[in-house]
Ligand binder design. Structure first.
Ligand SMILES: Cc1cc2nc3c(=O)[nH]c(=O)nc-3n(C[C@H](O)[C@H](O)[C@H](O)COP(=O)(O)O)c2cc1C
Length: 396
């Protein structure tokens, strides 16, 4: 097969993947899909993947394409999801599982669950209440929320809705003066942790998102753009010399400089090798988030769950290692924890909930995933997260 026809095939496969009903994806067949009534209330939604179907008609093509796609042929995105299906569980029996505690401590904060909300830019693209709706859901469920640098609502307003469980995701500006202003602002707002995303410093090719945008004739004036076409998602850049981010000349000593600049804990997001995990720790990182940006940065990367063990080894388990990418079931979160992750992030799944039902949708997504996780913990004989080990999983 020629390279170009292979590309066409990948693109077709991905568009089919986007169009597919979750019921069909579960192998239940078209007839069943037709008989199944569409859920009109969040409480009636049965699985996180059902939210994908409910979200799609709510969004214009450009917003849907931006959220759903990855880069190039979307292979990293698909690999993240598929990797969890290639891990099987090894349950242990006759353990007292009458009480399950899925709580987790991160930098002195206690959260109800290891499942957290990843930074996702421009929530007002998905729902008018934007990041505040997400924050209210996170607060209601005592869930960690990471706020994107590309937030459509100011950090001060989002933290008022969420409280101290809000960590700030930093896209670093090119100038240190601007970086310092931004970091001081986030610190003053009350964020305890700064998460520096380092996986898009080299640029990226959002091909599928661009294809969707080309089919969209709307002007996005109601959500994230000004009537002249400029983006509004730069609320965190007011007072800075520019809204430019992600300078390609960043190096490891920038972690050290950031660390010296603030008393916030520093987590590095976008680590994909043990070598870089070691460097991050040597330069003062307090935590690592293993991530490939949900397949939105580079193509044909390893699925993140497969990278976790080498990263945990490289830092001798001395600092927390978090992971995101491809988690669609509570059992996926269980598997990530079994491979050594302290906490497990979701991006698209809660965005589907937000698009479908606002705050209530995000809450329902968290409820479904947390219920599936605690069920898996019970079934595997692991009443606490600390009892989940790599003996409970096997890669096929
Ligand atoms: C629509 C969208 C926007 C995102 N925006 C950001 C962002 O602003 N900053 C960031 O560090 N990661 C961003 N991410 C990546 C997520 O934080 C996370 O790494 C990824 O979504 C996890 O994969 P999943 O969507 O398969 O759960 C974004 C992801 C999506 C889907």
């Amino acid at each position: 097969m020629s390279r170009s026809s292979q590309h066409v095939r990948y693109r077709r496969e991905f568009l089919r993947f986007l169009a597919a009903s979750p019921l069909l994806a579960h192998g239940l067949g078209e007839a069943w899909a037709q008989e199944s009534p569409a859920a009109t209330l969040p409480k009636d939604v049965l699985s996180v993947l059902d939210f994908e179907t409910l979200a799609r008609p709510k969004l214009p093509p450009a917003h849907w394409g931006y959220m759903a796609s990855g880069v190039d042929d979307n292979l990293t995105l698909q690999a993240n999801v598929a990797a969890y299906k290639n891990v099987q569980l090894r349950p242990r029996r006759l353990v007292d599982v009458s009480k399950i505690d899925a709580g987790v401590d991160l930098f002195g904060q206690r959260f109800a669950s290891p499942i957290f909300l990843c930074p996702v830019g421009g929530h007002r693209m998905f729902h008018a209440d934007g990041e505040v709706a997400t924050a209210r859901a996170a607060k209601a469920k005592n869930t960690l929320q990471m706020l994107s640098s590309q937030t459509s609502i100011r950090v001060e307003d989002v933290i008022a809705a969420r409280g101290g469980g809000l960590w700030y995701q930093l896209y670093i500006p090119p100038s240190w003066d601007d970086t310092e202003k931004l970091v001081r602002r986030v610190e003053a707002a009350g964020c305890p942790v700064l998460v520096w995303t380092i996986d898009v410093l080299g640029g990226r090719n959002l091909e599928t998102a661009t294809r969707f945008r080309q089919t969209d004739t709307r002007q996005c004036v109601t959500c994230h753009a000004t009537p002249t076409g400029g983006r509004r998602d730069t609320v965190m850049f007011s007072g800075l010399s520019s809204a430019r981010i992600n300078p390609a000349n960043a190096t490891w000593d920038w972690v050290y400089r950031l660390k010296k600049m603030t008393s916030m804990k520093i987590v590095i997001k976008g680590i994909e090798t043990g070598e870089d995990a070691r460097l991050a720790r040597e330069h003062g990182a307090d935590g690592i988030l293993v991530s490939n940006h949900g397949g939105r940065a580079a193509e044909t990367l390893r699925p993140t769950v497969e990278t976790v063990p080498e990263v945990v080894d490289a830092v001798n388990n001395q600092i927390p290692v978090l992971v995101d990418g491809g988690v669609r079931r509570g059992s996926d979160a269980f598997k990530a924890i079994a491979y050594g992750a302290r906490a497990v992030g979701i991006g698209r799944p809660y965005t589907w909930g937000l698009a479908a039902f606002g705050q209530d949708g995000v809450e329902r997504v968290l409820d479904i995933l947390n219920a599936e996780l605690t069920l898996t913990m019970r079934q595997c004989g692991t009443p606490t997260l600390a009892q989940i080990t790599n003996t409970h999983v096997r890669r096929v």
